[in-house]
Design a protein around this ligand. Structure first.
Ligand code: ADP
Length: 243
């Protein structure tokens, strides 16, 4: 806990980007239909939403309600069957696959329920690997890794390997990995699902810290009602629709 508090104090305050008042991402009348056994399965129905700069937005709903499908569309990992998604005013559907991949690699970070760390690499090396994959010059790695480890409160454990860390600490390494290349949008699919309530609360406080210091927008899915109070906006999803 002491380390968490220091994290907040030590975090480097960056200059805020000019607030144009425009949303970072807009979802317009989006539908997603899958073909299952020759029948259409309407998983998302007429979804409209906005992600504003510096917000923590949650998609809440039961398992199977369509949260992950929507998160995948927002992250450009999948395409809507109908409707459009705009990232920084640019329509995903008018981009080539290569352009969308570039937007994703440079401007987005992803966090998953299972922490997705390389087991034989230390926390430091895990973050280093993601910087290498994002094409960040090697001369910047050390400063960025040390900064991210401070942000997530793991400065004292950065040379530990995943099996030497608790579940909450492993998820914090995963967060450091996801933000090290300084994305504008962080997408997290059930990031607290594997964690107890205390560790979940720590993850949410790390998210708040990241928003305050890195000017990032976070969109996450959850079915945990206890963490909703820290959200700026909650979209409740039932059967592929917002209620
Ligand atoms: P949640 O994240 O809320 O648990 P999902 O978005 O994972 O929900 O899934 C919503 C529904 O869409 C489920 O019924 C799931 O089986 C179905 N679904 C998701 N992806 C596919 C796919 N690629 N093909 C067919 N059905 C899918």
């Amino acid at each position: 806990k002491e380390e968490d508090n220091k994290t907040v104090l030590k975090a480097v305050q960056r200059e805020a980007p000019a607030d144009t008042g425009k949303p970072l991402l807009t979802v317009e009348s989006v539908e997603r239909t899958f073909q299952v056994g020759g029948q259409p399965l309407h998983v998302l129905k007429s979804i409209n939403m906005e992600l504003k700069h510096g917000q923590l937005v949650m998609l809440r709903g039961r398992s199977g309600s369509g949260k992950t499908t929507l998160l995948n569309l927002i992250g450009g990992l999948d395409q809507p069957s109908k409707g459009h998604i705009f990232f920084q005013d640019k329509p995903f559907h008018k981009m080539s696959d290569d352009q969308r991949t570039t937007v994703r690699r440079k401007q987005m970070g992803f966090i998953f329920q299972a922490f997705a760390l390389m087991p034989l690499l230390s926390a430091y090396e895990n973050v280093e690997l993601s910087l290498r994959m994002a094409g960040i010059p090697g001369s910047e790695w050390k400063e960025r890794i040390v900064h991210c480890m401070e942000l997530v409160g793991l400065s004292k454990r950065m040379h530990h390997r995943p099996f030497e860390l608790s579940g909450g600490e492993q998820q914090r390494v995963a967060i450091a990995k996801a933000i090290a290349h300084r994305p504008r949008l962080l997408l997290a699919d059930e990031p607290t699902a594997e964690l107890d309530s205390q560790m979940s609360a720590q993850i949410m406080s790390v998210f708040q810290n990241i928003i305050a210091t890195e000017q990032v927008t976070i969109c996450m899915t959850t079915h945990d009602p206890t963490i909703l109070e820290v959200a700026d906006h909650v979209y409740e999803m039932v059967d592929g629709k917002f209620i």
